[in-house]
Design a protein around this ligand. Structure first.
Ligand code: PRP
Length: 177
């Protein structure tokens, strides 16, 4: 659905926009949500031409199927105060919005100078998203997507492109969470 060169062009453009959006002398923390964002984050930070720090959050939904469970687990958390820092949370995909709706209040409670969201893919199906992402790579269809960090039961993360798992339309409407 999204070939390697198309992703690379979009990531470069997002990196340039992010570079321009923050004052160069103010601290910027890029917070990657694992595991899904690891490839996107690695490519994105190399297109952001300014000083920054990188840390990660590990949040995982229960189960390994293609249907969201509505429950999340916080497995790793930097537990740092974000006071005085701009925090940019990097996601691979926003699906039901459950993950972000749980995380955003937690991160805002740590008093960052600003909190913005950047996602490579946005399915635009989340109702009542507590915060809309400032940067979106692509509006994604309601199909189960794999590759470029996105998995199905931990497989396919290493594909350099993004594909739909549906071969006959059977994954239509299924979720990535
Ligand atoms: C996936 C994806 C997002 C989240 C989006 O993570 O990486 O973080 O689901 O879904 P939502 O908007 O419905 O909450 P997952 O929990 O599968 O873990 P992973 O990143 O380790 O693949």
């Amino acid at each position: 659905m999204y070939p390697e060169d198309e992703i690379a062009r979009r990531v470069t453009a997002m990196g340039e926009e992010i570079t321009a959006a923050y004052p160069a002398d103010e601290p910027l923390l890029i917070l990657g949500l694992l595991k899904g964002s690891f490839i996107f984050l690695a490519d994105l930070v190399r297109k952001i031409a300014r000083p920054l720090h990188v840390d990660f959050l590990v949040v995982s939904s229960y189960g390994s199927g293609t249907v969201t469970s509505g429950e999340i687990r916080l497995l790793y958390d930097p537990e740092a105060s974000f006071e005085g820092q701009h925090v940019l949370l990097v996601e691979d995909i926003i699906d039901s919005g459950t993950t972000l709706n749980r995380l955003v209040p937690l991160l805002e409670g740590r008093r960052p100078k600003s909190l913005e969201l950047c996602t490579l893919l946005h399915k635009r199906i989340a109702r009542g998203l507590v915060k809309e992402p400032r940067w979106v790579g692509f509006d994604a269809p309601g199909e189960f997507l794999i590759g470029y960090g996105l998995d199905h039961s931990e497989d396919y993360r290493n594909l350099p492109f993004i594909a739909s798992l549906a071969v006959d339309g059977s994954a239509e409407g299924s979720t990535n969470a």
